[in-house]
Design a protein around this ligand. Structure first.
Ligand code: PAF
Length: 283
């Protein structure tokens, strides 16, 4: 695996692969890799002949400076895992390489509307940071396809909208969430949970499953959301939001008349956990 932080080397390698007729799949990450990321790589390998991954803890998408400082950086273990998965090139830029003029002077990309709701409302500027770095990375890697986890459902929708709006010639592949046997979605943030919190954490997904079942049975969405929040808050979670939205555009769903998604974000100790559940309305 070639590892480089150098954008000129990255571009030269991509150009050489293109001239040789290779196709390129891209897996952008912030490192601290787990099985969820490795599943993205596995999906990428099915779809292209060369795999590029990136590890960059993107300061522009952190609304909380402590969160940025404490974000786990595990480059050595991550590299080993990517080598074992057969990744061809790992791009590991520094903030100075990606944002040489500093964040305040940086041109940014913002996807209106969808960036301001749900996690965007709780974490102002977060999706601007995501859209900007993903655009920059796409411009460097020029991938045919790029893989993102559906665990970050809103992020995936933001990226899909951005690619469409900016006519970016990259196919976006959403890859299914990988879960622990308890149902807890794999996430780098699970590393912040204590042993006790890890036993409570699966409740987030359980509550979402109960909510989906109740909505499918025709129960009131508003009432069931209140119940779900109460169940979480009584069990050590501090709920940020639980919402039921239309799965395609994330607008508010009041009736179960087309595909829906439950989106939830809740704090458990130091971790802010997010998860989602897409489901069909009852026939
Ligand atoms: O999902 C992530 O890890 C990040 O938000 C991404 C897409 C790599 C952009 O920094």
């Amino acid at each position: 695996m070639i590892t480089t932080e150098n954008t000129a080397q990255l571009r030269a390698q991509i150009k050489a692969w293109r001239l040789a007729g290779e196709t390129i799949a891209f897996v952008p990450t912030m490192g601290n890799l787990h099985l969820g990321h490795l599943t993205l790589v596995a999906e990428a390998k099915k779809r292209a002949t060369k795999i590029v991954a990136s590890i960059f803890v993107n300061p522009m998408q952190f609304d909380n400076p402590n969160d940025l400082t404490n974000y786990p950086r595990t480059l050595e273990q991550d590299s080993e895992q990517l080598i074992a998965q057969g990744v061809d090139l790992l791009f590991t830029p520094t903030p100075e390489i990606m944002y040489p003029k500093g964040l305040d002077a940086q041109t940014f990309v913002e996807v209106p509307g969808i960036s301001d709701i749900l996690c965007g409302a709780s974490r102002p500027g977060h999706f601007r940071g995501v859209a900007t770095i993903v655009t920059k990375l796409f411009n460097l890697v020029t991938p045919d396809i790029a893989c993102f986890g559906t665990k970050d459902y809103q992020q995936l929708q933001v990226i899909r909208a951005m690619v469409e709006d900016l006519s970016i010639d990259t196919e976006i592949i959403g890859v299914e969430t990988v879960r622990e046997s308890s149902g807890l979605a794999k996430s780098s943030r699970n590393g912040y949970l204590t042993a006790d919190e890890l036993t409570v954490a699966p409740l987030l997904y359980q509550v979402m499953q109960q909510l989906a079942k109740a909505v499918k049975q025709g129960e009131s969405i508003t009432e069931q959301i209140s119940l779900a929040i109460a169940r979480l808050d009584v069990s050590d979670f501090t709920t940020d939001y639980v919402k039921v939205r239309y799965a395609d555009d994330l607008t508010n769903a009041t009736t179960a008349d087309r595909q829906l998604v439950i989106l939830a974000a809740a704090f458990l100790g130091k971790a802010r956990l997010i998860d989602n559940l897409v489901f069909e309305p009852s026939a």
